[in-house]
Design a protein around this ligand. Structure first.
Ligand code: SDX
Length: 392
Protein backbone atom coordinates (compact mmCIF):
# COMPACT_ATOMS: atom_id res chain seq x y z
CA UNK A 1 0.00 0.00 0.00
CA UNK A 2 2.87 2.36 0.56
CA UNK A 3 4.71 0.91 -2.43
CA UNK A 4 6.47 2.97 -5.00
CA UNK A 5 4.60 3.35 -8.30
CA UNK A 6 6.56 4.21 -11.41
CA UNK A 7 4.50 5.69 -14.23
CA UNK A 8 5.33 5.12 -17.91
CA UNK A 9 6.96 8.56 -17.89
CA UNK A 10 9.39 7.13 -15.33
CA UNK A 11 8.14 9.53 -12.69
CA UNK A 12 8.03 7.63 -9.43
CA UNK A 13 5.16 8.28 -7.10
CA UNK A 14 4.29 6.73 -3.79
CA UNK A 15 0.81 5.53 -2.92
CA UNK A 16 -1.10 8.43 -1.39
CA UNK A 17 -3.17 6.23 0.90
CA UNK A 18 -4.59 2.79 1.63
CA UNK A 19 -8.15 2.17 0.52
CA UNK A 20 -10.52 -0.79 0.33
CA UNK A 21 -13.09 0.89 -1.89
CA UNK A 22 -12.05 0.53 -5.54
CA UNK A 23 -9.45 -1.58 -7.29
CA UNK A 24 -8.12 -0.84 -10.77
CA UNK A 25 -5.74 -2.95 -12.86
CA UNK A 26 -4.75 -0.54 -15.62
CA UNK A 27 -2.93 -3.12 -17.71
CA UNK A 28 -5.74 -5.65 -17.61
CA UNK A 29 -8.58 -3.11 -17.78
CA UNK A 30 -10.10 -4.31 -14.50
CA UNK A 31 -12.34 -2.14 -12.26
CA UNK A 32 -13.86 -3.48 -9.02
CA UNK A 33 -16.07 -1.62 -6.54
CA UNK A 34 -15.55 -3.34 -3.17
CA UNK A 35 -14.50 -6.46 -5.11
CA UNK A 36 -17.50 -6.54 -7.47
CA UNK A 37 -16.64 -6.23 -11.21
CA UNK A 38 -18.01 -3.05 -12.76
CA UNK A 39 -19.52 -5.15 -15.57
CA UNK A 40 -21.73 -7.07 -13.08
CA UNK A 41 -22.75 -3.95 -11.18
CA UNK A 42 -23.58 -2.19 -14.46
CA UNK A 43 -25.70 -5.15 -15.48
CA UNK A 44 -27.50 -5.95 -12.22
CA UNK A 45 -27.28 -3.08 -9.72
CA UNK A 46 -28.62 0.48 -9.34
CA UNK A 47 -26.81 3.71 -8.54
CA UNK A 48 -28.34 3.95 -5.03
CA UNK A 49 -27.31 0.36 -4.31
CA UNK A 50 -23.79 1.07 -5.60
CA UNK A 51 -23.62 4.20 -3.43
CA UNK A 52 -24.52 2.01 -0.42
CA UNK A 53 -21.88 -0.56 -1.43
CA UNK A 54 -19.16 2.10 -1.79
CA UNK A 55 -20.04 3.64 1.59
CA UNK A 56 -20.61 0.48 3.63
CA UNK A 57 -18.38 -2.09 1.90
CA UNK A 58 -21.14 -4.68 1.39
CA UNK A 59 -24.21 -4.98 -0.83
CA UNK A 60 -27.34 -4.06 1.18
CA UNK A 61 -30.16 -6.40 2.13
CA UNK A 62 -33.61 -5.42 0.89
CA UNK A 63 -34.38 -3.66 4.19
CA UNK A 64 -31.00 -1.91 4.27
CA UNK A 65 -31.46 -0.64 0.73
CA UNK A 66 -35.02 0.52 1.45
CA UNK A 67 -33.82 2.35 4.58
CA UNK A 68 -30.89 3.95 2.69
CA UNK A 69 -33.18 5.00 -0.17
CA UNK A 70 -35.68 6.46 2.33
CA UNK A 71 -32.95 8.43 4.09
CA UNK A 72 -31.71 9.84 0.77
CA UNK A 73 -35.24 10.74 -0.32
CA UNK A 74 -35.80 12.64 2.93
CA UNK A 75 -32.63 14.70 2.67
CA UNK A 76 -33.06 16.03 -0.86
CA UNK A 77 -34.49 19.45 0.12
CA UNK A 78 -32.26 22.51 0.47
CA UNK A 79 -32.69 25.34 3.00
CA UNK A 80 -34.98 27.91 1.30
CA UNK A 81 -32.39 30.67 1.80
CA UNK A 82 -30.16 28.63 -0.50
CA UNK A 83 -31.99 30.06 -3.52
CA UNK A 84 -30.47 33.48 -2.77
CA UNK A 85 -27.05 32.17 -3.83
CA UNK A 86 -28.34 31.26 -7.28
CA UNK A 87 -29.55 34.81 -7.84
CA UNK A 88 -25.98 36.03 -7.50
CA UNK A 89 -24.74 34.10 -10.52
CA UNK A 90 -24.86 35.37 -14.09
CA UNK A 91 -27.50 33.47 -16.03
CA UNK A 92 -24.81 32.29 -18.46
CA UNK A 93 -22.52 31.05 -15.69
CA UNK A 94 -21.16 27.55 -16.35
CA UNK A 95 -23.18 25.09 -14.22
CA UNK A 96 -19.92 23.70 -12.77
CA UNK A 97 -19.07 27.21 -11.53
CA UNK A 98 -22.47 27.39 -9.85
CA UNK A 99 -22.20 23.84 -8.46
CA UNK A 100 -18.82 24.42 -6.82
CA UNK A 101 -20.08 27.67 -5.31
CA UNK A 102 -23.37 26.24 -4.10
CA UNK A 103 -21.71 23.15 -2.61
CA UNK A 104 -19.16 25.25 -0.77
CA UNK A 105 -21.98 27.37 0.65
CA UNK A 106 -23.72 24.18 1.90
CA UNK A 107 -21.21 24.36 4.74
CA UNK A 108 -22.81 27.64 5.82
CA UNK A 109 -26.13 25.83 6.30
CA UNK A 110 -25.21 22.41 7.63
CA UNK A 111 -21.62 22.42 8.85
CA UNK A 112 -22.20 22.90 12.58
CA UNK A 113 -25.17 20.64 13.18
CA UNK A 114 -23.40 17.27 13.09
CA UNK A 115 -20.78 15.67 15.32
CA UNK A 116 -18.23 14.25 12.86
CA UNK A 117 -16.75 12.14 15.66
CA UNK A 118 -19.98 10.13 15.62
CA UNK A 119 -19.94 7.49 12.82
CA UNK A 120 -23.73 7.69 12.39
CA UNK A 121 -23.60 11.48 12.02
CA UNK A 122 -20.72 11.19 9.54
CA UNK A 123 -22.83 8.78 7.49
CA UNK A 124 -25.73 11.26 7.69
CA UNK A 125 -23.49 14.01 6.26
CA UNK A 126 -22.55 11.62 3.44
CA UNK A 127 -26.21 10.79 2.75
CA UNK A 128 -27.06 14.51 2.76
CA UNK A 129 -24.51 15.09 0.02
CA UNK A 130 -25.67 12.16 -2.12
CA UNK A 131 -29.24 13.44 -1.66
CA UNK A 132 -28.69 17.18 -2.19
CA UNK A 133 -26.17 17.31 -5.02
CA UNK A 134 -28.82 16.39 -7.64
CA UNK A 135 -31.17 19.02 -6.16
CA UNK A 136 -28.44 21.66 -6.43
CA UNK A 137 -27.40 20.47 -9.90
CA UNK A 138 -30.95 20.67 -11.23
CA UNK A 139 -31.38 24.11 -9.59
CA UNK A 140 -28.24 25.36 -11.38
CA UNK A 141 -29.61 24.14 -14.70
CA UNK A 142 -33.07 25.66 -14.18
CA UNK A 143 -31.53 28.96 -13.11
CA UNK A 144 -29.41 28.99 -16.29
CA UNK A 145 -32.51 28.55 -18.49
CA UNK A 146 -34.69 30.90 -16.44
CA UNK A 147 -37.13 28.25 -15.23
CA UNK A 148 -38.70 28.24 -11.74
CA UNK A 149 -37.00 25.75 -9.40
CA UNK A 150 -38.62 22.34 -9.06
CA UNK A 151 -38.68 20.76 -5.60
CA UNK A 152 -37.62 17.10 -5.16
CA UNK A 153 -40.35 14.46 -4.94
CA UNK A 154 -39.85 11.75 -2.33
CA UNK A 155 -42.15 9.22 -3.94
CA UNK A 156 -40.00 8.49 -6.98
CA UNK A 157 -36.59 6.84 -7.29
CA UNK A 158 -33.28 8.70 -7.40
CA UNK A 159 -32.74 9.23 -11.15
CA UNK A 160 -36.40 9.96 -11.92
CA UNK A 161 -36.40 12.50 -9.04
CA UNK A 162 -33.40 14.23 -10.64
CA UNK A 163 -34.84 14.21 -14.16
CA UNK A 164 -38.11 15.66 -12.87
CA UNK A 165 -36.23 18.43 -11.01
CA UNK A 166 -34.37 19.12 -14.26
CA UNK A 167 -37.18 19.11 -16.79
CA UNK A 168 -40.63 19.20 -15.17
CA UNK A 169 -42.40 22.52 -15.85
CA UNK A 170 -45.63 23.69 -14.13
CA UNK A 171 -47.42 24.01 -17.45
CA UNK A 172 -47.43 20.33 -18.34
CA UNK A 173 -46.66 16.91 -16.82
CA UNK A 174 -43.33 15.35 -17.70
CA UNK A 175 -43.61 11.98 -19.41
CA UNK A 176 -40.38 10.21 -18.49
CA UNK A 177 -38.89 7.69 -20.89
CA UNK A 178 -37.81 4.66 -18.78
CA UNK A 179 -34.96 4.07 -21.24
CA UNK A 180 -33.56 7.51 -20.38
CA UNK A 181 -33.82 6.91 -16.63
CA UNK A 182 -32.17 3.47 -16.90
CA UNK A 183 -29.38 4.84 -19.10
CA UNK A 184 -28.65 7.68 -16.65
CA UNK A 185 -28.69 5.28 -13.69
CA UNK A 186 -26.15 3.11 -15.50
CA UNK A 187 -23.93 6.11 -16.33
CA UNK A 188 -24.07 7.11 -12.65
CA UNK A 189 -22.93 3.59 -11.65
CA UNK A 190 -20.00 3.75 -14.07
CA UNK A 191 -18.90 7.18 -12.82
CA UNK A 192 -19.45 6.55 -9.10
CA UNK A 193 -15.86 5.92 -8.06
CA UNK A 194 -12.41 5.39 -9.53
CA UNK A 195 -9.76 4.98 -6.82
CA UNK A 196 -7.38 7.92 -6.31
CA UNK A 197 -8.20 10.04 -9.38
CA UNK A 198 -7.43 13.75 -9.21
CA UNK A 199 -10.76 14.84 -7.73
CA UNK A 200 -10.97 12.01 -5.18
CA UNK A 201 -7.37 12.64 -4.09
CA UNK A 202 -8.35 16.29 -3.70
CA UNK A 203 -11.31 15.35 -1.51
CA UNK A 204 -9.04 13.18 0.63
CA UNK A 205 -6.35 15.85 0.91
CA UNK A 206 -8.89 18.48 2.00
CA UNK A 207 -10.51 15.90 4.31
CA UNK A 208 -7.13 15.11 5.87
CA UNK A 209 -7.04 18.62 7.35
CA UNK A 210 -10.29 17.95 9.24
CA UNK A 211 -12.34 20.22 6.95
CA UNK A 212 -16.07 19.44 6.79
CA UNK A 213 -17.41 17.06 4.12
CA UNK A 214 -19.30 19.79 2.23
CA UNK A 215 -16.16 21.78 1.36
CA UNK A 216 -14.34 18.49 0.70
CA UNK A 217 -16.88 17.61 -1.99
CA UNK A 218 -16.84 21.20 -3.27
CA UNK A 219 -13.06 20.84 -3.76
CA UNK A 220 -13.68 17.58 -5.62
CA UNK A 221 -16.11 19.36 -7.97
CA UNK A 222 -13.48 22.02 -8.62
CA UNK A 223 -10.84 19.42 -9.51
CA UNK A 224 -13.27 17.40 -11.64
CA UNK A 225 -14.06 20.40 -13.87
CA UNK A 226 -10.67 20.35 -15.60
CA UNK A 227 -10.73 19.10 -19.24
CA UNK A 228 -7.96 16.63 -18.40
CA UNK A 229 -10.36 15.02 -15.89
CA UNK A 230 -14.14 15.12 -15.68
CA UNK A 231 -14.39 18.11 -18.02
CA UNK A 232 -13.30 15.80 -20.82
CA UNK A 233 -16.84 14.57 -21.53
CA UNK A 234 -17.92 18.09 -22.49
CA UNK A 235 -14.66 18.55 -24.45
CA UNK A 236 -15.24 15.28 -26.37
CA UNK A 237 -18.60 16.51 -27.69
CA UNK A 238 -17.04 19.82 -28.75
CA UNK A 239 -14.22 17.90 -30.46
CA UNK A 240 -16.64 15.56 -32.28
CA UNK A 241 -18.74 18.56 -33.32
CA UNK A 242 -15.57 20.25 -34.63
CA UNK A 243 -14.55 17.12 -36.58
CA UNK A 244 -18.10 17.04 -37.90
CA UNK A 245 -17.79 14.13 -40.31
CA UNK A 246 -16.07 10.73 -40.43
CA UNK A 247 -14.11 11.91 -43.48
CA UNK A 248 -12.32 14.46 -41.27
CA UNK A 249 -11.21 11.91 -38.69
CA UNK A 250 -7.79 11.11 -40.15
CA UNK A 251 -6.76 14.77 -40.12
CA UNK A 252 -7.89 15.07 -36.49
CA UNK A 253 -5.79 12.04 -35.55
CA UNK A 254 -2.79 13.49 -37.42
CA UNK A 255 -3.29 16.83 -35.64
CA UNK A 256 -3.41 15.08 -32.24
CA UNK A 257 -0.01 13.49 -33.01
CA UNK A 258 1.56 16.88 -33.71
CA UNK A 259 2.75 18.18 -30.32
CA UNK A 260 2.96 21.71 -31.70
CA UNK A 261 -0.77 21.71 -32.33
CA UNK A 262 -1.54 21.44 -28.61
CA UNK A 263 -4.56 19.39 -29.74
CA UNK A 264 -5.35 16.11 -28.01
CA UNK A 265 -8.05 13.56 -28.76
CA UNK A 266 -10.32 14.23 -25.81
CA UNK A 267 -11.67 11.04 -24.28
CA UNK A 268 -8.48 9.19 -25.15
CA UNK A 269 -5.71 8.12 -22.82
CA UNK A 270 -5.65 7.54 -19.08
CA UNK A 271 -3.23 7.96 -16.20
CA UNK A 272 -3.78 4.35 -15.14
CA UNK A 273 -5.52 2.39 -17.90
CA UNK A 274 -2.99 1.33 -20.50
CA UNK A 275 -5.65 -0.94 -21.96
CA UNK A 276 -9.33 -0.38 -22.66
CA UNK A 277 -11.15 1.47 -19.87
CA UNK A 278 -13.80 -1.16 -18.99
CA UNK A 279 -16.34 1.64 -18.53
CA UNK A 280 -15.74 2.87 -22.08
CA UNK A 281 -16.53 -0.60 -23.42
CA UNK A 282 -19.84 -0.69 -21.55
CA UNK A 283 -20.77 2.86 -22.58
CA UNK A 284 -19.92 2.18 -26.22
CA UNK A 285 -22.35 -0.75 -26.24
CA UNK A 286 -24.90 1.37 -24.37
CA UNK A 287 -24.66 4.09 -27.04
CA UNK A 288 -26.07 1.88 -29.75
CA UNK A 289 -28.81 0.44 -27.51
CA UNK A 290 -29.94 3.76 -26.02
CA UNK A 291 -29.89 5.68 -29.32
CA UNK A 292 -31.82 2.84 -31.01
CA UNK A 293 -34.40 2.67 -28.20
CA UNK A 294 -34.78 6.44 -28.14
CA UNK A 295 -34.94 6.54 -31.94
CA UNK A 296 -32.03 9.00 -32.01
CA UNK A 297 -29.78 9.01 -35.06
CA UNK A 298 -26.72 11.02 -34.04
CA UNK A 299 -24.06 11.34 -36.76
CA UNK A 300 -21.50 12.07 -34.02
CA UNK A 301 -21.68 8.41 -32.99
CA UNK A 302 -20.35 7.44 -36.40
CA UNK A 303 -17.62 10.08 -36.09
CA UNK A 304 -16.67 8.71 -32.64
CA UNK A 305 -16.54 5.13 -33.86
CA UNK A 306 -14.45 6.08 -36.88
CA UNK A 307 -12.12 8.10 -34.64
CA UNK A 308 -11.67 5.11 -32.32
CA UNK A 309 -11.04 2.79 -35.28
CA UNK A 310 -8.41 5.05 -36.88
CA UNK A 311 -6.65 5.94 -33.62
CA UNK A 312 -6.42 2.35 -32.39
CA UNK A 313 -4.64 1.38 -35.63
CA UNK A 314 -2.22 4.31 -35.45
CA UNK A 315 1.27 3.57 -34.08
CA UNK A 316 1.37 6.86 -32.15
CA UNK A 317 -1.66 5.79 -30.06
CA UNK A 318 -0.73 2.12 -29.93
CA UNK A 319 2.83 2.82 -28.70
CA UNK A 320 1.52 5.18 -26.02
CA UNK A 321 -1.30 2.77 -25.04
CA UNK A 322 -3.92 5.47 -25.60
CA UNK A 323 -7.41 3.96 -25.56
CA UNK A 324 -10.87 5.52 -25.28
CA UNK A 325 -11.70 6.31 -21.65
CA UNK A 326 -14.96 6.72 -19.75
CA UNK A 327 -15.51 10.18 -21.23
CA UNK A 328 -15.26 9.24 -24.89
CA UNK A 329 -18.78 7.93 -25.50
CA UNK A 330 -20.68 9.20 -22.43
CA UNK A 331 -21.40 12.60 -23.97
CA UNK A 332 -23.20 11.01 -26.92
CA UNK A 333 -25.64 9.36 -24.52
CA UNK A 334 -26.08 12.52 -22.43
CA UNK A 335 -26.84 14.37 -25.68
CA UNK A 336 -29.43 11.72 -26.62
CA UNK A 337 -30.98 12.24 -23.17
CA UNK A 338 -31.16 15.97 -24.03
CA UNK A 339 -28.71 16.87 -21.24
CA UNK A 340 -27.08 20.19 -22.28
CA UNK A 341 -23.34 19.88 -23.06
CA UNK A 342 -22.31 22.21 -20.24
CA UNK A 343 -24.14 19.91 -17.79
CA UNK A 344 -22.14 16.80 -18.76
CA UNK A 345 -19.48 17.28 -16.06
CA UNK A 346 -22.24 18.08 -13.56
CA UNK A 347 -23.61 14.59 -14.32
CA UNK A 348 -20.17 13.19 -13.57
CA UNK A 349 -20.12 15.13 -10.26
CA UNK A 350 -23.53 13.81 -9.19
CA UNK A 351 -22.31 10.25 -9.65
CA UNK A 352 -18.82 10.79 -8.21
CA UNK A 353 -20.28 12.30 -5.04
CA UNK A 354 -20.99 8.69 -3.98
CA UNK A 355 -17.29 7.85 -4.32
CA UNK A 356 -16.08 11.09 -2.78
CA UNK A 357 -18.16 10.65 0.38
CA UNK A 358 -17.17 6.97 0.62
CA UNK A 359 -13.50 7.99 0.58
CA UNK A 360 -14.13 10.78 3.12
CA UNK A 361 -15.84 8.28 5.44
CA UNK A 362 -13.07 5.70 4.98
CA UNK A 363 -10.44 8.31 5.76
CA UNK A 364 -12.13 9.26 9.05
CA UNK A 365 -11.78 5.70 10.39
CA UNK A 366 -8.21 5.12 9.12
CA UNK A 367 -6.01 4.49 12.19
CA UNK A 368 -3.11 6.04 10.28
CA UNK A 369 -5.21 9.07 9.34
CA UNK A 370 -2.87 12.10 9.20
CA UNK A 371 -2.84 15.38 7.35
CA UNK A 372 -1.78 14.94 3.73
CA UNK A 373 1.55 16.59 3.00
CA UNK A 374 2.96 15.69 -0.48
CA UNK A 375 6.67 16.45 -0.86
CA UNK A 376 8.49 17.73 -3.99
CA UNK A 377 11.69 17.44 -6.02
CA UNK A 378 13.24 20.88 -5.47
CA UNK A 379 14.66 22.38 -8.70
CA UNK A 380 15.14 25.99 -7.54
CA UNK A 381 18.19 28.11 -6.60
CA UNK A 382 20.75 26.88 -4.06
CA UNK A 383 21.30 28.86 -0.82
CA UNK A 384 22.51 32.41 -1.60
CA UNK A 385 22.93 35.74 0.23
CA UNK A 386 20.55 38.70 -0.05
CA UNK A 387 21.72 41.55 -2.33
CA UNK A 388 20.63 45.14 -1.51
CA UNK A 389 18.55 46.85 -4.18
CA UNK A 390 21.30 49.41 -4.97
CA UNK A 391 23.60 46.53 -5.97
CA UNK A 392 21.12 44.60 -8.16
C1 SDX B 1 -10.90 10.88 -16.33
O1 SDX B 1 -7.66 9.21 -12.99
C2 SDX B 1 -8.84 8.78 -13.21
O2 SDX B 1 -9.24 7.69 -12.76
C3 SDX B 1 -9.72 9.71 -14.01
C4 SDX B 1 -11.08 9.17 -14.48
C5 SDX B 1 -12.00 8.93 -13.29
O3 SDX B 1 -12.93 8.10 -13.43
O4 SDX B 1 -11.85 9.66 -12.27
O5 SDX B 1 -10.91 7.96 -15.19
C6 SDX B 1 -11.81 10.19 -15.38
O6 SDX B 1 -10.41 11.92 -16.01
C7 SDX B 1 -10.54 10.21 -17.64
C8 SDX B 1 -9.52 11.04 -18.47
C9 SDX B 1 -10.32 12.12 -19.22
N1 SDX B 1 -9.34 13.06 -19.90
C10 SDX B 1 -9.25 13.10 -21.24
O7 SDX B 1 -9.83 12.32 -22.01
C11 SDX B 1 -8.34 14.21 -21.76
C12 SDX B 1 -7.44 13.67 -22.88
N2 SDX B 1 -6.43 12.75 -22.28
C13 SDX B 1 -5.16 13.26 -21.93
O8 SDX B 1 -5.06 14.60 -21.58
C14 SDX B 1 -4.32 12.28 -21.12
O9 SDX B 1 -4.40 11.08 -21.75
C15 SDX B 1 -4.66 12.07 -19.64
C16 SDX B 1 -4.60 13.36 -18.91
C17 SDX B 1 -5.98 11.44 -19.47
C18 SDX B 1 -3.61 11.12 -19.10
O10 SDX B 1 -2.42 11.75 -19.11
P1 SDX B 1 -1.07 10.92 -18.95
O11 SDX B 1 -1.24 9.47 -18.70
O12 SDX B 1 -0.25 11.71 -18.01
O13 SDX B 1 -0.55 10.94 -20.34
P2 SDX B 1 0.60 11.89 -20.74
O14 SDX B 1 0.09 13.28 -20.63
O15 SDX B 1 1.82 11.51 -19.98
O16 SDX B 1 0.79 11.47 -22.24
C19 SDX B 1 1.61 10.36 -22.59
C20 SDX B 1 1.86 10.57 -24.06
C21 SDX B 1 2.31 11.97 -24.38
O17 SDX B 1 3.06 11.93 -25.57
P3 SDX B 1 4.71 11.83 -25.43
O18 SDX B 1 5.14 13.01 -24.58
O19 SDX B 1 5.00 10.49 -24.77
O20 SDX B 1 5.20 11.89 -26.86
O21 SDX B 1 0.62 10.38 -24.78
C22 SDX B 1 0.24 11.59 -25.37
C23 SDX B 1 1.02 12.68 -24.70
O22 SDX B 1 1.22 13.78 -25.57
N3 SDX B 1 -1.19 11.70 -25.13
C24 SDX B 1 -2.08 12.05 -26.05
C25 SDX B 1 -3.32 11.97 -25.41
N4 SDX B 1 -3.15 11.59 -24.15
C26 SDX B 1 -1.83 11.44 -23.98
N5 SDX B 1 -1.93 12.41 -27.34
C27 SDX B 1 -3.06 12.70 -28.01
N6 SDX B 1 -4.30 12.62 -27.48
C28 SDX B 1 -4.47 12.28 -26.18
N7 SDX B 1 -5.66 12.23 -25.65
Amino acid sequence: HTGLFTYDSGFAATASCKSAITYIDGDEGVLLYRGYPIEQLADQSSFVEVAYLLMHGELPSKDELADFDHKIAHHTMMHEAFKNFLGGFRHDAHPMAMLVGMLGSMASFYHNDLDYDDPDERRLAAIRLIAKVPTIAAACYRYSVGWPLRYPRNNVEYVERFLRMMYEVPSEPLVLNPVAAKALDLLFILHADHEQNASTSTVRLVGSTGANPYVCVASGVAALWGPAHGGANEAVLKMLDEIGDAKNVQSAVDRAKDKESGFRLMGFGHRVYKNFDPRAKIIREMCHKVLDELGVDDPLLEVAMRLEEVALKDDYFVERKLYPNVDFYSGIIYKALKIPTDMFTVMFAIARTAGWVAHWLEQQTDPEFRIGRPRQIYTGARTRDYVGIDRR
